[in-house]
Every structure is written in structure tokens, then in C-alpha cells.
Design a protein around this ligand. Structure first.
Ligand code: AMP
Length: 309
């Protein structure tokens, strides 16, 4: 019972209306692992960094019981770097710069002991690398979740479509769902995307919550209305980490349980945005998480009796 996580481990530089950071530690896999670590201590990481990546950031992952045997450290090379800017509307962002650096020639090697992981979280990075990781699994995982973004749709759409044929759950945001499907309506977009391979689709809508689709059903989870959002970076990855972490913990991949996993994912994302970078996640306690999930329940619970004509 474990989750294999692949994705970027990175340096980010972020600008929001509330401030600006120099290079700080980020990356899709970093956020996924930090978030999923609230649910399981069986996390196996596959990623790559340069020798400019700080030891204390690797230690932070180890402290969360993340197995880093599959983290390659390349001598004389530079870690993946991303910089982004958010405007007053924190739901959209501009990528200022993406330096692939060490990712450009990354050949993922899944250590033997990870090859039977039951859950596979293919975090955001090159679709061909995501596929290479999937191909190294000895047994087909119980659930394969893939997260991606517009950057990879622009550059490697065919590789992405190829990977999508083999995944169970795709998580993307609303703009990306529109780009991938060519449909504006998210309901139509979901139909088109589900025909590409995934059995389930999660469309993240930032402060407007998230939708979970399969061919027959749809579920909506709100986002918690927060007074202040400092930095949305990593929210999508924390969502994914909470989602897959909860499924691993409960060992139930039914649609009903995925609804609960979406709420836990949304709760993790709501913490992530409260401070810059990974800071809020490193301070978070299990009690904080439980009381936030209760806030979600209170937010959407109501009694109603249908008015008959
Ligand atoms: P999110 O806000 O959840 O979409 O993810 C933000 C994280 O994704 C940042 O920490 C970045 O380092 C990382 N990131 C940005 N662009 C890419 C990319 N093209 N591929 C993989 N990871 C990326």
C-alpha cells in the first residue's frame, strides 16, 4: 500500500498582489507529497533536481516520511525553475518563465521497491516522462491519476493524449479543460475528455470549487470562501495530493468515496493558498485539517423540502 508520486521538484519565483518572492522551493511533486503526507506515510517520490537544490528542502520531504530513493540529484546541473505572476483575480496567472534545466534530459527510473505501488500520482511534468513512469510499474496500479497544465498541451499534445489513454483520473483546471477539448461548456468538455481515456475527470475552478465527472455522474465541491488568498501556487497539486492521499488511506476508489476525496483535496488546497509557497503546509496539524473539513460540510449542508405544485 503506497503512492508513487512523480512530478517536478523545483525553484519558484512568485509575484502576487500581496508580495513577491525570490527563488523558493516548489514544484508539483513537492506540493503533492507535502499534502498527501497528511493521509499516508507510504509516499515514494520519483523526480530530479540539480546540485543547487538545498539539502534542507530534501530533509523537509524526508521528515514527512517521503521515500526519496527515486529522487535523482544531477551534479553540475540546475533545478527546474518556474516563475509566475498573479493579478487581482487570483484564478488566472501568467507564467513569466519556465526553465526546464535538469528536466530536459530526465530519464525517470522507478526503483524496484516502488514498482508495485498501488496508487500512481503522475504530477505535472512532461507527458512522455509520466508515461515512462507508468510503463515501469510491475503491476497495474489500483488507480492512476494524472495532472497536467496548458504548458504541456501547447508543446506535447500528442504525448499527452497518448498518456491519457491509460489513466483513471485526470485533474486539470477549467481553462485547460477548454483547451484540451475545444469546448467552452465544461459539461461538453468533460464528455470529450472522458472519450480520450480517463474514467474520471476533475475540473478545478480555483475559488469556484471543483467538478468531478464520470460518464454518468457529476459531483460539485465548493472552495472554502477565504478572506485572503496570498499565493495560489501549488493549490492544484495540494488538491491532487489530498485527493489521492485520502483514497490511499481509505483504500476505496468508488465514485462515492472520490466525492469525499475531492473535499479533502479542496481542504488541502485551501490551506496552501494562505501563505507563500509551501509555508502553510509545513505548519499544518491534523486538527487544523479536521476542523477545515467540518467547515466544508457546514458550508454546503442544508435542509430543504420540495415545493409541490
Ligand atoms: P499549481 O499551482 O498547483 O498548478 O502548481 C504550481 C507548481 O507547478 C509550481 O511549484 C511549479 O514549480 C510547478 N510548475 C510550473 N510549471 C510547470 C510545468 N510546466 N511542469 C511541471 N511543473 C510546473
Amino acid at each position: 500500500m503506497s503512492i508513487l508520486v512523480v512530478g517536478t521538484v523545483a525553484f519558484d519565483a512568485i509575484e502576487t498582489p500581496f508580495g513577491k518572492t525570490d527563488k523558493i522551493v516548489g514544484g508539483a511533486a513537492t506540493y503533492i507529497c507535502l499534502s498527501a503526507s497528511f493521509f499516508t506515510n507510504k509516499l515514494n517520490l520519483v523526480s530530479v533536481v540539480g546540485d543547487d537544490f538545498p539539502n534542507n528542502a530534501i530533509q523537509m520531504l524526508k521528515d514527512k516520511q517521503v521515500n526519496i530513493k527515486g529522487l535523482q540529484i544531477k551534479k553540475g546541473e540546475k533545478t527546474f525553475f518556474w516563475s509566475g505572476k498573479y493579478h487581482n483575480d487570483m484564478n488566472t496567472r501568467d507564467t513569466i518563465e519556465t526553465q526546464l534545466n535538469v528536466l530536459e534530459k530526465f530519464d525517470p527510473i522507478v526503483p524496484e521497491q516502488y514498482q508495485n505501488s498501488e496508487f500512481l500520482m503522475l504530477g505535472n511534468l512532461m507527458p512522455s516522462i509520466q508515461k515512462k513512469v507508468l510503463d515501469q510499474m510491475k503491476t497495474r496500479p489500483k488507480l492512476v491519476v494524472l495532472d497536467t497544465m496548458n504548458f504541456w498541451m501547447d508543446l506535447f499534445l500528442d504525448d499527452l493524449k497518448n498518456a491519457l489513454k491509460e489513466v483513471d483520473v485526470l485533474t486539470i483546471n477549467d481553462e485547460e479543460a477548454r483547451q484540451l477539448s475545444g469546448e467552452y461548456s465544461l459539461v461538453k468538455a468533460a464528455k470529450v475528455i472522458l472519450a480520450m481515456g480517463p474514467k474520471y475527470l476533475i475540473i478545478k475552478k480555483g475559488e469556484h470549487g471543483a467538478l468531478l465527472f464520470n460518464k454518468e455522474e457529476v459531483f460539485f465541491a465548493p472552495a472554502l470562501p477565504l478572506e485572503e488568498v496570498f499565493d495560489p501556487t501549488g493549490a492544484g497539486d495540494c488538491f491532487a495530493g489530498g485527493f489521492v492521499g485520502y483514497l490511499e488511506k481509505t483504500q476505496d476508489v468508488s465514485f462515492e468515496n472520490m466525492k469525499r476525496a475531492v473535499i479533502y483535496g479542496s481542504a488541502m488546497a485551501s490551506f496552501c493558498v494562505e501563505k507563500f509557497g509551501t509555508k502553510r503546509l509545513t505548519e499544518l496539524t491534523d486538527e487544523d485539517l479536521e476542523s477545515r473539513v467540518k467547515e466544508f460540510v457546514d458550508l454546503v449542508q442544508f435542509d430543504i423540502s420540495l415545493v409541490k405544485n
